[in-house]
Design a protein around this ligand. Structure first.
Ligand code: PEP
Ligand code: MN
Length: 339
């Protein structure tokens, strides 16, 4: 960490800062350079609250140099590859992991039909929400554990891995008991108790980017899970809230190359929640693949008009068939195969 001061040779300030570093954070520090303006703090400084130093009068800037998300950082590792099955992996250089399924699991028939639709598209990961975070309290909020049983049954029948969301600490264990990947939703990205609990989970966790989270905040949230002992974290870019109102959320494609440099964790794009309209999903999906995503998660439904949640953005059979065909073409063009 580097602390740069406004004035040269301000010995009382230098002494004050160095004493604070030593006493409060047990950090050695050195005055470097000829102007006596730069204090260098070598070693691990992730426990140091940099705001304490930024707020001291006479301090110009504080730069941690090392990112605060040590475990998620690309500096430590090139890539994390999560192998769900020998032929289904997330994060390997030449593959594109596509997850598809309904927003919510609604009934045995709907789950089975949607799984069949996903499988016809040749994908191997089935999504389905059993615990639903809804904006309003009166909306359908999922079938709970019964829904998870339907997801597991469909996964087994069609030979697919499964993913479903947990909204609280207790649900992490329940979802992990039935699904292969536990999803943490955008609204819970900064639910730190939930992240800690996900760190103890034995299944991979897909963490969705918060509606207003910076990439650093996103990676710090992932860091909670990694620090808790779960190395299998997948990031999901699902669009952020901006001033734009025509699209449901603004899909932040720039986050893909940026995250690729910042972290070794796999990155999935969710074009469905970003678009909010089924007819726009394909274009965003293709853009995600072209921008370097390791995978996609797409909402599909045999009869979107009857869906109990997110019907307007769910692809029907025809749209899904067209979408997955184009996804394969673009994936091929960027050197990836759909798994
Ligand atoms: C979902 O995947 O159905 C969902 C609710 O997503 P998000 O948390 O991104 O809104
Ligand atoms: Mn949804």
């Amino acid at each position: 960490m580097l602390i740069v001061l406004d004035r040269k040779h301000d010995t009382p300030l230098v002494d004050h800062i160095r004493a604070l570093l030593q006493e409060k954070y047990n950090c050695e520090s050195h005055l470097i350079g000829e102007n006596g303006r730069v204090i260098a703090v070598p070693g691990d400084t992730k426990h140091v609250d940099i705001e304490v130093f930024e707020n001291i009068e006479g301090v110009k800037s504080v730069d941690r140099v090392e990112p605060p998300y040590k475990l998620a950082s690309r500096k430590n590792k090139d890539r994390t590859v999560i192998t769900l099955r020998p032929d289904v992996m997330i994060g390997s250089r030449g593959t594109l992991a596509v997850m598809a399924g309904p927003c919510s699991i609604e009934s045995p028939e709907q789950m089975d039909e949607t799984a069949a639709m996903a499988k016809e598209g040749g994908v191997n990961i089935l999504r389905g929400g059993a615990f639903k975070p809804r904006t309003g309290p009166y909306s359908f909020n999922g079938l709970g554990e019964d829904g998870l049983k339907l997801l597991k049954k469909a996964g087994e029948k069609y030979g697919m891995a499964t993913i479903s969301e947990a909204m609280n600490e207790e649900q992490i264990d329940t979802v992990a008991a039935y699904a292969d990947i536990v999803q943490i939703g955008a609204r819970n990205m900064q639910n730190y108790d939930l992240l800690r609990k996900a760190g103890t989970c034995k299944k991979p966790v897909m963490l969705k980017r918060g509606l207003a989270a910076t990439l650093e905040e996103f990676l710090l949230a992932a860091e909670y899970i990694l620090a808790g002992g779960n190395p299998n974290v997948i990031l999901c870019e699902r669009g952020i809230r901006t001033f734009e109102e025509e699209v449901r959320y603004t899909l932040c494609l720039g986050s893909l190359p940026a995250l690729r440099e910042m972290t070794h964790l796999p990155i999935i794009v969710d074009p469905s929640h970003a678009a909010g309209r089924s007819r726009w999903v394909k274009d965003l999906a293709l853009a995600g693949v072209a921008s370097g995503a390791d995978g996609l998660i797409i909402e599909i439904h045999p009869r979107p008009e009857e869906a109990l949640s997110d019907g307007p953005q769910s692809l029907d059979r025809e749209q899904w068939t067209d979408c997955i065909r184009s996804i394969r073409t673009v994936a091929g063009a960027v050197g990836r195969t759909v798994v």
